[in-house]
Design a protein around this ligand. Structure first.
Ligand SMILES: C[S@@+](CC[C@H](N)C(=O)[O-])C[C@H]1O[C@@H](n2cnc3c(N)ncnc32)[C@H](O)[C@@H]1O
Length: 232
């Protein structure tokens, strides 16, 4: 069945061309983020049991999906980018993670047909959708989850004071350049200029209106946020 004419076309998102940059993305993230600490933070909240299954949307290079696979029965790892999926699949094979299934799909198009889902995770991906479509994506996630299922959503979400945006952004982007180089700093400028990151108070409203209870909202550096949630 084809999508309706008004449906947001996910591959047209204004973000980077992920197909071409899986390896370099992985390297930059290892420099810029504490990837392992982020994974541990989410796994601690999910407290997965060996009989449980989860879905990750926007899995990228698969770091989280592969780590989570050691703790549960199955991980469904979805992404729009064929290049990212190919790279993540190779990484999973190299790390003997045979219970991750990598699948093409997006927030608005993935239809879950596998095991019932105890958790959904998405990191640094929902900002590819404008706010209305973020809401639709979150409603779809709530529908896919078991009752009491958990949602962990990390993204670039703004909690700095908008009245201070010039000072804040100049400072934030220059620090990113010191840590991961000038190309990476430019990618952050592009993110702010073109992508659909929203403000924390809007994101919290979207999550709650989709039927989730936010158990913890962890904001960092005025620029990132992690929402640990439960389906109501
Ligand atoms: C910035 S990367 C984040 C990757 C990984 N989750 C991480 O934390 O590093 C964003 C990923 O989301 C994917 N993506 C973009 N739009 C998407 C959509 N509408 N649905 C699913 N994935 C999407 C991209 O292909 C890319 O792999």
């Amino acid at each position: 069945m084809s999508d309706p004419s008004w449906q947001y076309h996910e591959p047209d998102h204004p973000g980077a061309d992920f197909d071409a940059m899986a390896e370099i993305y992985d390297r930059n993230m290892q420099k810029y983020r504490d990837v392992q600490a982020e994974i541990d933070e989410i796994l601690e909240y999910l407290a997965l049991r060996p009989d449980q299954s989860i879905l990750e949307i926007g899995t990228g290079t698969g770091e989280f999906a592969i780590a989570a696979a050691r703790r549960c029965r199955k991980v469904y790892a979805v992404d729009l980018s064929a290049g990212m999926l190919r790279y993540a699949e190779k990484k999973a094979a190299a790390r003997s993670a045979s219970n991750v299934q990598f699948l093409p799909g997006g927030f608005l198009t993935y239809r879950h047909e596998g095991e019932p889902l105890d958790g959904i995770v998405s990191q640094i991906a929902l900002h590819h959708l404008p706010d209305f479509w973020k809401q639709i994506a979150l409603l779809r996630m709530a529908e896919m989850l078991n009752d009491g299922g958990k949602l962990c959503l990390r993204d670039v979400v703004f909690s700095f004071d908008p009245a201070e945006h010039e000072r804040f952004l100049n400072d934030f982007i220059s620090k990113a350049g010191e840590k991961a180089g000038s190309n990476f700093a430019s990618s952050i400028s592009d993110h702010v200029k073109k992508e659909y990151s929203t403000m924390d108070w809007i994101m919290q409203g979207l999550i709650e209106r989709a039927g989730f209870r936010i158990k913890q909202a962890k904001k960092s550096h005025g620029f990132f946020a992690l929402y640990l949630c439960e389906k109501r």
